[in-house]
Ligand binder design. Structure first.
Ligand code: ATP
Length: 459
């Protein structure tokens, strides 16, 4: 099923309203995507699950929402202006552009025993047409724009390429206003922009994406222990939300390839249809950022330990996760096809059935209310149930087609519960609740529905 899985996900996402190509009526633009009615719910639920786990449930993390456009000095201090580049090569023949490091990785993947440092880009040809490649040029990934009515050097600003810097520049503000002591974290979710040379694999790599980042400030010397804690947290979060653990693994970045600020970086990787890829990166950023911002801004961002009176720059452990990449991961991992269908009682039984087995907490729609007849009193009862449940959850009402068809429509979008209002309901005040995964059916009193769905869809 791995073969073609991406095509199936892209097609399902479009057909059922999870994701559309951006500006589609104009032919799209640079691999952008728009989230449709179900996609926005899924994305909101993933964001909420992350926020709940990182901010709400922890006493040692607070939230922040910093501006996307920051004073350009930020990017001088952080090193992005000088060093946030990818190695770019062009094909002299077909003019296509590639990331040199990706070409080298792809080349050595097909040649066991060959090491990266044993080949140079000069040994490689264009993977599309076999043409000759140019020398490597370093290409800065930051999008430039200008602030105010005049477009000149003084007005140049950048769209942030990571949310982290908004946290570092606010370290002092948060410290003062929330009366925090180390260790503590600041978390935020927001858009980041990178002018990627080769976006692709649907929403895996795009130029505009959302990140969920947390900077955890610790006393130097305790950083290695905290790194282990957050590394484990990353794995546990995805597993608790139902992602198959055999599809997840850690990748330790070799020392010689670490970013300029990092003492250690480990990625949580997922096995995507095209191979293992980074999902969530954890970096020990040391005291690099706070020191740099202190130097460039003239503001002292060090920390004074009130008990010992020691003054120092905290070390920072940063788990940085892509929201869109998480959405893609949940979609891929939840997807299942059942040849011939799971039921034999409906006319559509012989068709292949698709189920998105989302954890109920992230499922876009929590329950569908299905009256067995299109007439009162069943429709009225069903509409009443929809209205009550919709105060707490996203629910759908569907009265068209056989109940089997309606189950399938809901299975395909990952709705964990279907509530059937049948001819006994007006008599006994009960409905049948059908579970998406086990297909078990249970009779439940209408009054108990809201709590039942609430409990089962909780994190
Ligand atoms: P890569 O090496 O793949 O370009 P990176 O190591 O630069 O990625 P980070 O800076 O560590 O990525 O970003 C943290 C997280 O943000 C990543 O683990 C990923 O989930 C997400 N992310 C980064 N770049 C993109 C992108 N272009 N599109 C979507 N998500 C992204």
């Amino acid at each position: 099923m791995t073969e073609g899985l991406m095509d199936k996900i892209v097609s399902l996402a479009k057909r059922r309203g999870f994701l559309f190509p951006g500006s589609e009526i104009y032919g799209g633009v640079g691999s952008t995507y728009d989230y449709g009615p179900l996609g926005v719910l899924l994305k909101n639920n993933v964001r909420r699950a992350w926020w709940e786990a990182i901010v709400q449930r922890r006493a040692d993390v607070v939230g922040l929402d910093a501006a996307i456009i920051m004073n350009p000095k930020t990017w001088e201090a952080s090193g992005h202006l000088q060093g946030f580049t990818d190695p770019l090569v062009d094909c002299k023949g077909c003019k296509k552009r590639f990331r040199a490091d990706h070409l080298v990785e792809a080349h050595i993947a097909g040649m066991p025993g060959l090491k990266e440092d044993q080949i140079s880009i000069k040994d490689l040809k264009c993977p599309e047409c076999g043409g000759e490649l140019t020398d490597i040029r370093e290409f800065n990934l930051m999008f430039k724009t200008s602030i105010g009515p005049l477009e000149d050097a003084a007005s140049t600003v950048y769209l942030r390429p990571e949310t982290a810097q908004g946290i570092f520049v606010n370290f002092g503000n948060v410290l003062q206003t929330s009366r925090r002591k180390l260790p503590f974290g600041i978390a935020q979710v927001g858009k980041s922009f990178r002018n990627e040379i080769t976006p692709g694999n649907f929403i895996f790599r795009t130029r505009e994406f959302e990140q969920m980042e947390m900077e955890f400030f610790v006393k130097p010397g305790t950083d290695e222990e905290w790194f282990e804690t957050w590394k484990q947290f990353m794995l546990d979060w995805f597993v608790e939300l139902g992602v198959k653990s055999d599809k997840l693994r850690f990748y330790e970045h070799p020392k010689e390839k670490l970013s300029h600020y990092s003492k250690r970086t480990v990625d949580l990787e997922y096995e995507y249809p095209w191979g293992w890829g980074e999902l969530w990166g954890c970096a020990n950023r040391t005291d690099f950022d706070l020191k740099q911002h202190s130097k460039f801004s003239g503001q002292d961002l060090s920390y004074r330990d009130q008990e010992t009176n020691e003054k120092y720059f905290p070390y920072v452990i940063e788990p940085a996760l892509g929201l869109d990449r998480s959405v893609l991961t949940f979609l891929l991992d939840a997807y299942e096809e059942i040849d011939g269908g799971r039921t034999t009682t409906t006319e559509s039984a012989k068709e292949t059935e698709t189920v998105l087995r989302f954890h109920p907490a992230i499922a876009p729609i929590k329950a569908a209310v299905l009256p067995l007849s299109k007439k009162a009193p069943l429709t009225e009862l069903a509409e009443g149930i929809r209205k009550t449940l919709s105060k707490r959850f996203m629910v759908q009402y569907d009265e068209t087609g056989s109940v089997g068809r309606r189950y399938r429509r809901q299975d395909e979008i990952g709705t964990p519960y279907c509530i059937t209002v049948d001819f006994d309901t007006p008599e006994d005040g009960k409905v049948t609740v059908r579970d998406r995964d086990t297909m078990a059916q249970e009779r439940v009193a209408i009054d108990e529905l809201s709590d039942l769905i609430g409990e089962r869809c909780a994190l």
